[in-house]
Design a binder for this molecule. Structure first.
Ligand code: ADP
Ligand code: MG
Length: 251
């Protein structure tokens, strides 16, 4: 009693700067009268460790946003800042897995580590550790074409996570999987991102999937996509996400 109340959350300075911060970010394709506005302008902040889902109709610019955040595509207008803890890298996972068919499973997972110049022996160990974690220990020497869709997506997950990304970008990663496998991989992904506290931006066209996975769900309008709604879904499973810190939320 008599203690001053803390100021409302919105007025408190954030504990840490966002892992991703976009302001008036927009992108179009083509020039002049033929230009097609594909995205934005939109503002977006991802808190460190937060799992944010982005939902929107086909063609609204979700992949464009992820490709910009991954550095695969130049932003057209606006600002984009990515500030990960200790400069950890950004990983992206694509709907079609994006793994290399001509490399073994082990070589696929080691690929990102090689780019980061992790010494060969350590890269090998880390890659094998992640394969084991994804239940793929026995498939290190296999070629992806011999694996099921679910296993291929696990290879992609192992490759993305082995580099210990500060930001994980996922573009409809489970859309091609059957419902049972999707649920399994959703669970695995939640567990992994919570343990590693990886900031994640997960794109899906399924509101149901977004509500299951997200600490926060952002809804985009049709092209050019802008963020038109934001929800913090009720949750049915334990979470350790950055924004779920009230006692009722961590039960
Ligand atoms: P989503 O992932 O939400 O389905 P995209 O980001 O792939 O949407 O595409 C947004 C819009 O931009 C679409 O109209 C698409 O056709 C267009 N677009 C995407 N990439 C290119 C490109 N490289 N050149 C021209 N238009 C593109
Ligand atoms: Mg897309």
């Amino acid at each position: 009693m008599g203690e001053p109340h803390p100021p409302p959350a919105a007025h408190r300075p954030p504990d840490r700067p966002p892992a991703l911060r976009a302001r008036a970010l927009a992108r179009s394709f083509g020039r002049g009268s033929a230009a097609l506005a594909a995205l934005g302008p939109l503002d977006l902040d991802l808190a460190p460790g937060e799992f944010v889902c982005l939902v929107g109709p086909s063609g609204c610019g979700k992949s464009t946003l992820l490709r910009i955040a991954a550095g695969l595509l130049r932003p057209g207008e606006g600002e984009l800042e990515i500030r990960t803890h200790a400069g950890r890298p950004t990983s992206m996972i694509f709907q079609d897995y994006g793994i290399y068919d001509w490399k073994t499973v082990l070589a696929n997972v080691r690929f990102g580590l090689d780019i980061q110049r992790v010494p060969r022996k350590e890269a090998d160990e880390r890659a094998r550790t992640w394969l084991a974690r994804m239940g793929l220990a026995d498939f290190a020497g296999a070629y992806p074409a011999t694996l099921s869709g679910g296993m291929r997506q696990r290879v992609a997950l192992a490759r993305a996570l082995a580099v210990e990304p500060g930001l994980l970008l996922m573009d409809e990663p489970f859309a091609a999987l059957d419902a049972q496998l999707r649920t399994l991989l959703q669970d695995e992904l939640l567990g992994l991102t919570q343990t590693t506290r990886t900031t994640t931006l997960f794109v899906t066209h399924s509101l149901e999937e977004a509500l299951v996975l997200g600490d926060r769900v952002l809804v985009m309008s049709a092209r050019p996509g802008r963020i038109i709604a934001e929800r913090r879904p009720p949750f049915g499973r334990p979470r350790t996400g950055a924004v779920r810190d009230t006692p009722a939320c961590t039960a």
